[in-house]
Design a protein around this ligand. Structure first.
Ligand code: UTP
Length: 297
């Protein structure tokens, strides 16, 4: 029988040090691309892929995240009173139903693999998705929905993958490709943050995964890997070593690394330019900046 993916883990317990001092009090995942927090893009993508249970792995200082998903009755009443129906609808669309969202606490930032392991009891014995909200993907068909479709065929581990230049391979988990079938590749290994000259390919894993419960079992070992952290990549590769398939999936769409300042700024411009209400003003501003920069050179 083919299994469906209905649960997703959102690991959001990292320290977000690249955004200090902002992340001293604001969780990175609450920072906004135009007017929506990163986490809203992640939830919308998960929903579009058929996810019904949303499991957040949080940490100290992430209270704003839990508040964000609560209903806001006072605000709603105020908007209703003022007849601001459009805003009211936007606000209501962010509400989560009771029971569809759960929070687990990761008490120490021991790594992404450890964060996923913290949610193991809520996953039990089913395949599950993992979404890193700081990887934002602009795509006609949302990335996770593309992967869920592939999973319906493979019923095996699938990681989102994209080509990166040689000098960037050390920043990612890199796939050792067995068979390249185009959109999908099968793998014979996976190395987290390979040192110079050690990357087996240029195909990097980014923050979308569909995994089997075997990966959670492998995480039980709590073995530290690259950077002294418990790495999700290592557990996925251990599942492969024990006989499961691990596929890389070349998704359609543009990925923005919103965990970095440059990526966040690029995403802000791209998402604002895609909005009819902002496009013209922003475009005129950018054109002016480019002209004055050129004139000054
Ligand atoms: P990052 O490597 O981006 O780390 O984590 P970070 O702490 O969020 O940010 P920087 O590097 O200090 O700026 C990738 C994802 O894994 C989660 C993060 O929340 C992010 O979604 N994560 C990482 C955890 O949930 N727990 C961890 O122990 C580590």
């Amino acid at each position: 029988m083919r299994t469906k993916v209905t649960k997703a883990i959102f690991p959001v317990a990292g320290l977000g040090t690249r955004f200090l001092p902002a992340t001293k009090s604001v969780p990175k995942e609450i920072m906004t691309l135009v007017d929506r927090p990163l986490v809203q893009y992640a939830i919308d993508e998960a929903r579009a892929a058929g996810i019904k249970e949303f499991i957040f792995v949080t940490s100290r200082g992430k209270g704003a995240l839990e508040d964000y998903f609560d209903n806001a009755p006072q605000l709603e009443a105020e908007l209703r009173k003022k007849g601001k129906t459009e805003l009211l609808e936007i606000l209501k669309s962010t509400n989560m139903d009771s029971g569809e969202i759960a929070y687990m606490r990761q008490h120490k930032p021991l790594g992404l693999g450890h964060a996923v392991w913290c949610a193991r009891r809520l996953i039990a014995n089913e395949p599950f998705a993992v979404i890193l909200p700081d990887d934002v993907i602009a795509a006609e068909k949302p990335c996770l929905a593309q992967m869920v479709e592939a999973f319906e065929e493979t019923q095996s581990n699938i990681v989102a993958a994209m080509e990166v230049p040689d000098h960037m391979t050390g920043a990612y988990g890199i796939l050792d490709v067995k068979d390249d079938m185009g959109t999908i590749v099968s793998t014979k290994g996976m190395i987290e943050k390979p040192g110079p000259g050690l990357a087996p390919s240029n195909l990097a894993v980014i923050g979308r995964y569909i995994l089997t419960p075997t990966v959670l079992q492998k995480l039980n070992r709590k073995e530290a890997g690259a950077g002294g952290e418990i790495q999700l990549t290592d557990a996925i590769d251990a599942a492969r070593e024990s006989g499961e398939e691990v596929y890389g999936y070349r998704f359609q769409g543009q990925r923005f690394d919103c965990g970095s300042k440059a990526g966040f700024l690029q995403a802000t411009v791209a998402f604002a330019l895609a909005r009819a209400d902002l496009r013209d003003d922003l475009w005129n501003y950018i054109s002016d900046v480019v002209h004055s920069e050129k004139a000054a050179q």
